[in-house]
Design a protein around this ligand. Structure first.
Ligand code: HSE
Length: 375
């Protein structure tokens, strides 16, 4: 059995990954070893009888890491920075599967999203590539949503306006969002309970709190509850954020071998939702096709796409973070031809940032490697 080492399995993405792996019985297929950056020597988790009595291994011990056939890390970019090169420098030629962005654009890495780039994964594997990196969440979720259009090479360009959840910024940011919501409510709850209170007074009170030093904003630096943040990740100093830059660069790296290159750009915005990213896409198609055919193609893109009819009741009930969070569904709706150009369509998509946005592509990649290795 292949030896698989897990690092960062207790964090937010790691926990979602482990839960999926337990649900899918993945652990039956390899010999698992759990590493820790802070609790080496302590007892292993007990999800599986096979892990009992083995102790956590030091995640910085290069010799121990080099005993693994596959390393699966959700520990984050700092860990990858510290360990990856040192480990490779020892001559270790196992497979490195990573949720962090550090190695994504390296020549000898593949961004994994197997429903779209299985052929690229196969040819890279055959060519000896050993670094398999999960993509940016908005990019993976967008590509899964428009898979059916990409398959038929129908997409000329995409403008993606994102509505990104707090989870993309990290676990502490999710906590902070809820704390901010609670702080706002507490500051006005007495007024809300009085029937005749004035909503404009309540609004002023809430706003004053949000803009005061009392408001908890260590992580986001500004209010997210009752607000939004129109910038995600670094400022690239060309008017674009790093999150926006990833749209085109990662899309084309993922699609390269399977499809022709496409242009992607737009604005990335953080909103006060917990764990599902939404995106409003404007797509320029290469030709004009009837809306029914567009819907059919989108719907048949892959088994996770759930096409929501473009009407009010379905859209407000089914095309939302509250509906999609915790599921593998990629909800796609509001599909219509735009009046601005006969080849332009709109589309709104929602996907869980921690599932298909982060853990599922690397979970599937691990299984691909295990199958190939055993084959
Ligand atoms: N960069 C994304 C975000 C999450 O901030 O929402 C990671 O892909």
């Amino acid at each position: 059995m292949k030896k698989v080492g897990f690092i960062g399995w207790r964090g937010m993405v790691g926990s979602v990954l482990i839960k999926r792996m337990i649900d899918e019985l993945d652990f039956d297929n390899f010999d698992s070893h759990f590493f820790s950056t802070s609790q080496a020597g302590q007892k292993n988790p007990e999800w599986n009888i096979n892990f009992k009595n083995k102790l956590l291994i030091d995640a910085f011990d290069i010799q121990e890491l080099s005993k693994m056939d596959i390393i699966m890390t959700c520990q984050g970019g700092d860990y990858t920075d510290k360990v990856f090169s040192k480990l490779r420098a020892t001559g270790w030629d196992g497979h490195w599967v990573d949720a962090a962005s550090t190695l994504r654009m390296e020549k000898n890495s593949v961004i994994v999203l197997d429903p779209l780039n299985q052929s690229s994964i196969d040819s890279s594997y055959d060519a000896g590539i050993k670094n398999w990196i999960g993509g940016n969440c908005t990019v993976s979720l967008m590509l899964l949503a428009i898979h059916g259009l990409l398959k038929e090479d129908l997409v000329e360009w995409v403008s993606s306006m994102t509505y990104q959840a707090a989870s993309g910024a990290g676990a502490n940011n999710m906590r902070e969002l809820l704390s901010q919501m609670g702080q706002i409510y507490s500051s006005v709850s007495d007024d809300l309970n009085q029937k005749n209170s004035n909503i404009l007074d309540i609004d002023s009170k809430a706003l004053a709190l949000m803009n005061s030093d009392k408001f908890q904003k260590n992580n986001f630096k500004v209010p997210l509850a009752g607000n939004l943040i129109p910038w995600i990740d670094e400022d690239l100093k060309n008017g674009q954020s790093r999150e926006e830059w990833k749209g085109q660069s990662e899309t084309n790296k993922i699609l390269n071998s399977s499809f022709n290159s496409i242009k992607v750009d737009g604005l990335c915005v953080r909103i006060a939702t917990m764990r599902s990213h939404c995106q409003a896409l404007t797509i320029k198609l290469k030709k004009s096709i009837p809306i029914e055919a567009i819907n059919e193609r989108i719907s048949n893109g892959n088994q996770w796409v759930k096409l929501i009819p473009n009407e009010k009741e379905s859209s407000i009930n089914l095309l939302s973070p509250a509906e999609v969070s915790g599921k593998l569904d990629i909800a796609v709706g509001r599909v219509r031809k735009l009046d601005i150009d006969k080849n332009c369509i709109s589309l709104f998509t929602v996907g869980d940032q921690l599932l298909w946005g982060a853990s599922e592509p690397i979970r599937r990649m691990l299984n691909i490697l295990v199958r190939k290795g055993n084959g």
